[in-house]
Every structure is written in structure tokens, then in C-alpha cells.
Design a binder for this molecule. Sequence first.
Ligand code: IMP
Length: 428
Amino acid sequence: MPGIVVIGAQWGDEGKGRIVDYLASRADMVVRYQGGNNAGHTVEVNDIRFKLHLIPSGILHPGKICVIGNGMVIDPIALVDEIMYLEGYGIDVKSRLKISDRAHLIMPYHKLLDEVIEEHKGELQLGTTRRGIGPAYVDKAERIGIRVCDLLEPKYFEEKVEQNLRMKNEIIQKVYGKKGFEKGPIIESYLKAAEQIKDMVCDTTSIIYEFSKNDKKILYEGAQGTLLDVDLGTYPYVTSSHPIAGGVCIGAGIGPTLIDSVVGVVKAYTTRVGKGPFPTELLDKTGDIIREKGYEYGTTTGRPRRCGWLDIVMLRYAVKVNGLSYIAITKLDTLGGLEKVKICIGYKYKGKTITDFPASLNVLSECEPIYEELPGWEEGISDIKRVEELPENLIKYIYKIEELTGVKVAFISIGPKREQGFEIVKLF
Ligand code: IMP
């Protein structure tokens, strides 16, 4: 029953889609377990750049079963659009995609609330993707959420929408001064989407469990990253779900005994979208070079990402929080051409050295990175076909990461294409 979890070890956008795509070729099933269409996974296949938001990246491999787990929040309209987008490329989605009947729905009022709450926060804005993720998870915890199984019972769905609109419209109109929602158009568009997805809706736990018992290979694909976890991330600058490895059990509806190993995906440097402290952020030319070379712009929102050096304090934290078995390093090609590269090995805080990632954002925002400098490597390495041919300084950089985190590097990538990655440890 091999079960491998792939999670982001930083603030998201580590290139998880790339690793999942690689491992998916040998998996039987790929499962997403948290978040929604706030995620953006880019995978390049035969010169086509696929952008996925809700559907697991495994869908790009013919024959693989893909699961949208109960821990996700689904905008059914966006889901239908994504299915049609993939079908437009001749990809068979409907026979391979399984959607949990227990997943919660993102409703139009969640998206509006995401926007107006952000605006009202002023200085305290998080910079959310405005896809309604937070308000949908709030409703789930509040026990007023609407689930996929409700969508398949039109009468009950209508009643639930009605109940919710009574509360939501009061808030939208009286607190935020915006126009409320009419029930009719919501029901019409959601039931239309329901027709399109209903044959894919099922009890996904049973399917995952069956696959596992039959020794099938299952890949659990995290979205966002460790530092965006609502419990263990840089709260409150986090998303509302659990991108960490522990989130798999709840979000896929399985027990921990079904998981064998956890791979943390680490970008060769650090990026972050949205607000919040970022000790190794580069606000200079080097930051701009990394952003342009690495095309560091949000897949979902197009926002420029903040860029900085690799932060080992943060990575060591991710190692512990996720119990990482292996690391996969992506985008090593982006750092090519820099004379020197830096790795943050500790923080200076009020004259003292800190090596544990602090909970307090006040502390974090006053931390000064302590760097170790390494020699850089040349540009244009993306077409190298053998690990032995990689520049010596790049290999040193990888060993340094292994040494500082105490975790074996299992995979590296030097470009966005499928063939531009090397497996160092065979995972499946
Ligand atoms: P939300 O998930 O839209 O509520 O946004 C909360 C925070 O998570 C914001 O700082 C977003 O920029 C960040 N975030 C959400 N999804 C992603 C992602 O896929 N990659 C990187 N950051 C993300």
C-alpha cells in the first residue's frame, strides 16, 4: 500500500505540480486533499503549459485516477471550466476524476465576502486570492457550509442556499454596504454545474482505501505550502486549510497508517505571495533577476511573487512539522548565472542567534538573516541530461541543503519540462 505525500515546504509555489507530474507516471491514483482553486499548479507537457487549480496534476497522465478529497473547497463553476479546459486538449477527465461527496462548496457569497473582508482589513490585509477560500472554510467550521452531496439533492440544496442567504445577505448589506444575492441565479448555475459533475461524485474515502488495500500506488498532492498552514504557518498570513502532511489524513479521509513517506518540495530560493514577514526577501536587483528568470508570477492571480534566498531556518521547521522523509529541489536553473548564492542558516534577533523558526510575527519581522555564501554556477543548464554533468557548484549547493536539513534530496529539477528533472532516490 505505498502512499507518498508531496507537500510544499515553503510558502507555496515550490513547483509541486512538477514533482507530482513526475511521480504520477508511476502512481495509480493522485489525490488532492485541501484548499481549492486558490492553488495554481503549472505543468509543462510537450510544450503546452497546463495550469491546474482544482484537479490533481496526475490528470495529465492517461489512465490515472484523480481524486478531489473531502478536505477541499470546490467552486463547481470553476471545476466545470477546468474539466472543459482539459477536455479541450483531448484529456479524458470524466472517467478518471472522483469528487468527494463530503467536500464543501464555495458559494458566490464566499467570494464577495473574501473581497470585502480583505478591503475592510485595511493595513491587516492578507492578500488572499479572493477565491472565497477562507469564508468557505469558516462556514464549514460554523456548520452552515453546503457540501457536494447537498448539491445533488436539488430541493435540499435550495433550502440550504435560502437559509444561508438570509444570514449572508444581512451581513453583506448591513455590515459591508453591498448588494445581497438573489437565490434564483445561484440555484440555476449551481444545479447546471451539478449535472456536469454528478457522475464523478462519490465516497472517495472508500475508493482510496480500496486502492490502498490492493497495493496500488497513491500520491497525495498538497497545495500551497507548510508556512501557509492555518495552524503551523505564519499565522495570520496563511490560508485556511492544512497544506502540511498531517492534513492528508483529514482531507483525504484516511488514517496515518496508509502513508509511507513524505516528500517536501523546496524551491532553490524562497518566494512568497501576499503579505507577511519574509526574512530573506531580496528587495534589490538580485530579487528582480530571480523573479524574471524564474517567472515568479502567480498562476492563479498573476501577482508578482516576492523573492529571496533559501531559508534553512524555515526548512528545518518544515522538516519537523511534516516529518519529511525526502526533499525535492526545484528551479535550480533559475539561480544559474549568479556569481554567488546565499543560504540563510540562522537569524539574528536582538543580538542573539536564533535557529528555531519563531511563532511570533513580531519576532520574525525583526529577524536578520545570517548567511552562508556559496559560489554560483553557470546559466543555461536546463538541457543537461545526466546528473554527473551538472555544474560542480550546483552539486555543492544540493549537498549543503542536505547537510543543513539532515534530509536526503530525492529529486532535483533544472527546467519546467518533464525531461528536465533527475530522480536521485527512487520513490515508488
Ligand atoms: P487564500 O488561500 O486565498 O485565503 O489566501 C491566503 C494566503 O495564502 C495569501 O497570502 C495567498 O497569497 C496565499 N496563497 C493561497 N494559495 C496560494 C498558492 O497556491 N501559492 C502561494 N500562495 C498562496
